[in-house]
Design a protein around this ligand. Structure first.
Ligand SMILES: [Zn+2]
Length: 84
């Protein structure tokens, strides 16, 4: 899901918004949907966001990995027991 930066034409508020396909973002200040997408700004501002989500993704991957390890250990234990 892409994150876009918008500027509200109604009140001038700038905000970043995760936009799903088909979603129409609304201004968090005035709920207006007359928004200007700030394309040029996005490349700069998403660097931080990307780093952020990268860290989150890595943390999530670690969690998943731990779950897998647990599942694998569980599987091996059961397999071992059934072998007897
Ligand atoms: Zn607004």
């Amino acid at each position: 899901m892409p994150i876009y930066e918008y500027e509200c034409r109604g009140c001038g508020r700038r905000f970043e918004q995760l936009v799903r396909t088909g979603d129409t973002p609304a201004c968090p200040s005035c709920s207006g949907q007359d928004l200007q997408r700030l394309l040029s700004h996005t490349a700069v501002s998403t660097e931080h966001t990307r780093q952020n989500s990268f860290n989150k993704a890595r943390a999530r991957a670690k969690l998943v990995q731990r779950d897998k390890d647990v599942a694998q250990a569980e599987y091996e234990r059961k397999h071992h027991e059934e072998g007897h």
